[in-house]
Design a protein around this ligand. Structure first.
Ligand SMILES: [Zn+2]
Length: 282
């Protein structure tokens, strides 16, 4: 397939369709490997969908908190190992119910969040008493050089213009500020399973607008003005359903073990990754 548009990372224009559902196609750039949806949903449609993306049911929120707990704890440890002792200012973009913000505040950080989904925002404000913005970062005009850390858990794959978002993240970070991204890495599984992956719909069509790899996330961060980019496997979720939990634990732990045994060289494809990067001075 040619010339529908160009790739946002390498400006390549040769793509292969690797997944289809309804009117949506997922295209893999043959130059750099970035996967993107085609056509793109409109910003208005996305905003509308995300207003009520998160559930307001207390039971489901509690289950989700349990699921995310290992990732929250390990990500917090990782951030503290890379930043000055004693905390600082942290912004979590797409903070959901504020599980991560709550953990970081308990460790002495000054925290705030951005959440477009109303039920999430209400929960963070009322139950956690944490300041949360309702608009996308690009519309907020936050002060430049004002945050020590910005985090995005399962956000970057949902964003129409990830380059613009990360450029804005860079602007609001202090010199040498840290960004942490957690993102799904679905394409290797889609490619291995071929047509069998269609039913799984790992891209949650049309919610994931991109699917990154360690290489393409690095490219994205370099283009956005970051340095010292490092992708790791940091914990795994603990889903509540038994089979899901088993699979997550086995593959998650296998991923972590292989990562450590290989001295950080082997990143098991198909499981979520965490990427750290520092604001470059120029
Ligand atoms: Zn490309």
């Amino acid at each position: 397939m040619q010339n529908f548009n160009h790739c946002i990372l390498c400006y390549g224009s040769d793509f292969r369709i690797i997944h289809q559902k309804d009117q949506w196609q997922y295209l893999r750039c043959l130059e750099c490997g970035l996967v993107c949806i085609h056509p793109k949903p409109s910003p208005q449609a996305l905003m509308k969908d995300y207003q009520d993306y998160l559930t307001a049911k207390a039971e489901e929120v509690a289950t989700w908190e349990m699921t995310m707990k290992p990732v929250v704890d390990k990500s917090a440890d990782l951030i503290e190992s890379r930043t000055k002792a004693g905390g600082g200012r942290l912004l979590d973009i797409g903070c959901g119910y504020g599980f991560f913000l709550h953990e970081m505040r308990s460790r002495g950080w000054q925290v705030e969040g951005i959440e477009i989904s109303r039920p999430g925002r209400r929960y963070v404000r009322n139950r956690r008493d944490i300041h949360v913005h309702s608009e996308p970062l690009e519309d907020l005009s936050l002060h430049e050089n004002s945050f020590d850390v910005v985090t995005l858990f399962y956000v970057i794959e949902h964003v129409l213009d990830p380059l613009r978002l990360l450029t804005e993240v860079k602007r609001i970070l202090k010199p040498d500020g840290l960004v942490l991204l957690r993102w799904p890495h679905s394409t290797p599984i889609v490619r291995i399973l071929g047509p069998m992956s269609r039913k799984l719909d790992l891209y949650h069509t049309p919610y994931h607008l991109y699917d990154f790899s360690p290489d393409t996330i690095k490219k994205l961060l370099l283009l956005s003005g970051f340095k010292e980019i490092e992708t790791r496997i940091v914990g795994h979720t603990r889903p509540s359903k038994r089979l899901g939990r088993w699979a997550s634990t086995v593959f998650g732990q296998l991923g972590e073990i292989l990562y450590f045994l290989s001295g950080g060289n082997l990143l098991l494809p198909g499981i979520s990754k965490t990427t750290l990067a520092f604001k470059a001075s120029k």
